[in-house]
Design a protein around this ligand. Structure first.
Ligand SMILES: [Zn+2]
Length: 191
């Protein structure tokens, strides 16, 4: 059985280019020009994967992602989001809303996108979770002490509950090598 892809993209040129590529790769391709059309289509169709542009008129990709992930019939469909540049704020927002992965339009070649689609489809739903990472800091290692001093973090302890702080790393796909945006948070107060 052929895998069905829903391609949600407002640029007709990009849409046509991926439609051709995916058809050649034996995918069945459904297309929508904006979020509203995608939602309408999803009331009758259940694709195996969704490629979703974030910036679109009428209804943007975040809103579509939110609808998909809160609808039980659709929530398990993996969604790969397209962004122009892959800014950390966009990555973070898309992950929080349940995206399975992220494609940076400006730097990802169409063939790499096809490979990514194949990888995501072949994975089991439980393996799809696209994460952020919680890292524990050793207070005595390398620059840890200097970091704590410079930023007034009292040995990486939470100022309200004294629990050790963790460093949360959020992937930033605007770089070619693995790159992250990080922030400290308290696992107990979760802030
Ligand atoms: Zn705390």
């Amino acid at each position: 059985m052929r895998n069905k892809v829903l391609l949600v993209e407002d640029s007709k040129a990009v849409q046509q280019m991926y439609k051709n590529k995916l058809t050649l790769e034996q995918f069945q391709v459904l297309t929508a020009d904006n979020g509203m059309e995608a939602i309408k289509l999803l009331s009758q169709e259940k694709p195996d994967i969704i490629l979703l542009d974030l910036m679109m008129p009428i209804m943007d990709g975040y809103k579509v992602l939110q609808v998909i992930k809160t609808e039980p019939r659709l929530s398990k469909i993996p969604v790969l989001v397209f962004s122009a540049k892959g800014q950390p704020e966009e990555v973070e927002k898309a992950i929080t809303l349940g995206a399975a992965g992220y494609i940076v339009k400006a730097t990802t070649k169409p063939n790499e996108v096809i490979e990514k689609i194949k990888t995501v489809i072949s994975q089991k739903p439980t393996e799809l979770k696209f994460s952020r990472y919680s890292i524990e800091i050793r207070e005595d290692a390398y620059d840890a002490k200097k970091l704590a001093d410079d930023f007034n973090m009292e040995n990486f302890r939470c100022t309200s509950c004294q629990a050790p702080l963790l460093l949360e790393l959020i992937p930033d796909f605007s770089h070619e090598t693995p790159w992250f945006t990080g922030k400290f948070f308290c696992p107990r107060c979760s802030q």
